[in-house]
Design a protein. Structure first.
Length: 171
């Protein structure tokens, strides 16, 4: 893949994620985004790229949570998953809407295995890892987290007349 193709795909993927997060209806923004067909070729390829972006961010979120709160692994993983859902609600809705898509099954098993192993409940080689990870995800789904916008910075205090005169004289 060329540099231009890579950056075009990344740009289109960001646009798709923004559209999904705005709409939150679970529909893959395929025809809505200019360049999606050229960059990805098929809706399945775009869906796979969304899943990969989700998985990558989930891994990072889990790592951050485990660093901040290492004593309850499962709770940290649940908190990371819930927080990412709040950060990327439209992307999660698209992935959930396509959960039965055969192309998504392998990715879902990998995500569940990540959840199970990061929770300390099993190892990656355990054939039950996906089932255990699915339970962790189900637990995470029981609690909803809404991210709010950060508070606006306080307005600067009005300067007194004396302060403005000093500033004007100094200039």
């Amino acid at each position: 893949m060329t540099w231009d193709a890579f950056h075009t795909r990344d740009s289109v993927l960001r646009d798709v994620m923004a559209a999904a997060d705005t709409r939150r209806d679970g529909t893959l923004p395929w025809v809505d985004i200019a360049g999606a067909e050229t960059a990805f070729g098929t809706p399945e390829e775009l869906l796979a790229a969304l899943q990969m972006r989700w998985h990558t961010r989930l891994s990072g979120a889990i790592e951050r949570e485990l660093t901040e709160q290492p004593w309850d692994l499962e709770q940290a993983v649940v908190h990371a998953w819930r927080g990412l859902c709040a950060d990327m609600p439209g992307v999660r809705a698209v992935l959930d809407a396509h959960t039965d898509d055969p192309a998504m099954q392998r990715a879902r098993r990998k995500e569940w295995t990540l959840l199970a192993t990061a929770s300390g409940l099993t190892g990656m080689a355990d054939p039950e890892a996906a089932r255990i990870g699915r339970r962790v995800e189900e637990r995470a789904r029981t609690i909803r987290v809404e991210k709010s916008s950060p508070p606006a910075p306080p307005a600067p205090a009005p300067r007194s007349l004396l302060s403005r005169l000093r500033h004007a004289l100094a200039a």
